[in-house]
Write a protein that binds this ligand. Structure first.
Ligand code: SIN
Length: 289
């Protein structure tokens, strides 16, 4: 996707070099958006997959109202929501926490669901003075860059997704519950698996993207682990090359919306001794095809 400025009537959309991720100004997300403005936001989202809106100090009610303009809420199974806000999660890390940040490995949100969320919306409340960046990987560009032979090999494959590594009874989070400020829910339900196409097609842009992640993809249907694991490992190495990754630096009161259908993300640490607080919603998605 070219990094050129598309002509918008109201928004100023400034893409990163390469066109993956863009900063958006010229809009106040705290109020209901005029349909034409909302259409521009959705257009920019389909083009750039990660949109960062600086200077949007929304209340929780406003965050919910903005989310509902993008689409209905998704279902957030393994983190207890904020009191009085059943669709908002607080992503919080306290100054004395030593464990990996929540979301601190490459993943696409809740890809283990039958209909994983189309989008995640994260609004920063307290940002540490150092660290706490979020990496985003362009899984559509990564797909495009594969050889024709690899594309043909992947075309019929289905990946197996599960929340077990993160939220199952033997997961990393299960061993660290008392060390975290976040109300993470560990459950045997997390052992369930869902199968999705390894390459999915974006319902709006029509682009194909790799739809796998080291956190939630636990195998490939019909393939022995000895064959699936090296293939997945090769694809992860390919996906997270610098040329496909955008590193997002937060400011307080910034809202970022990302497309889980064509990206992975990874929350970085580097801010021990400081608090980081974000508020997060998800937008329901469709069955991946
Ligand atoms: C997440 O994976 O939702 C967390 C992202 C972040 O805190 O930057």
């Amino acid at each position: 996707m070219p990094a050129t400025q598309t002509a918008y009537r109201t928004l100023k959309v400034s893409p990163q070099p390469g066109g993956f991720a863009a900063e958006v100004t010229g809009v106040d997300l705290s109020r209901p958006l005029d349909p034409a403005v909302l259409a521009e936001v959705k257009d920019a989202f389909a083009r750039h997959a990660v949109l960062a809106f600086p200077g949007q100090p929304l209340t929780l009610d406003q965050l919910e109202a903005f989310t509902l303009q993008i689409g209905p809420f998704g279902d957030d199974p393994y983190v207890a929501p904020m009191e009085g806000h059943p669709n908002v999660l607080e992503v919080r890390r306290e100054p004395d926490e030593k464990v990996t940040p929540f979301g601190g490995n490459w993943h696409s949100d809740w890809s283990f669901q039958s209909q994983p969320p189309a989008a995640t919306i994260l609004r920063s409340e307290i940002i540490p003075p150092v660290g706490g960046d979020t990496l985003y990987c362009d899984a559509a560009a990564a797909y495009d860059a594969l050889s024709d032979e690899m594309k043909a090999r992947l075309a019929p494959l289905k990946a197996i997704h599960s929340a077990s590594r993160a939220y199952g009874p033997n997961s990393a989070y299960s061993r660290e519950l008392s060390l975290r400020a976040m109300p993470i829910i560990v459950s045997p339900e997390a052992e369930k698996t869902f199968v999705h196409p390894l390459v999915r097609t974006h319902p709006v842009s029509g682009r194909k993207a790799l739809f796998i992640s080291p956190v939630y993809t636990v195998g490939i249907e019909g393939m022995a682990p000895n064959d699936a694991d090296p293939l997945l490992g090769e694809l992860y190495k390919h996906l997270v090359q610098d040329r496909f990754v955008y590193r997002h630096q937060w400011q307080a009161g910034m809202l970022v919306m990302w497309d889980n259908r064509c990206t992975m993300h990874n929350a970085l640490g580097g801010y021990d001794g400081h608090r980081r607080v974000m508020h997060r919603t998800t937008v329901a998605g469709e069955t991946p095809v």
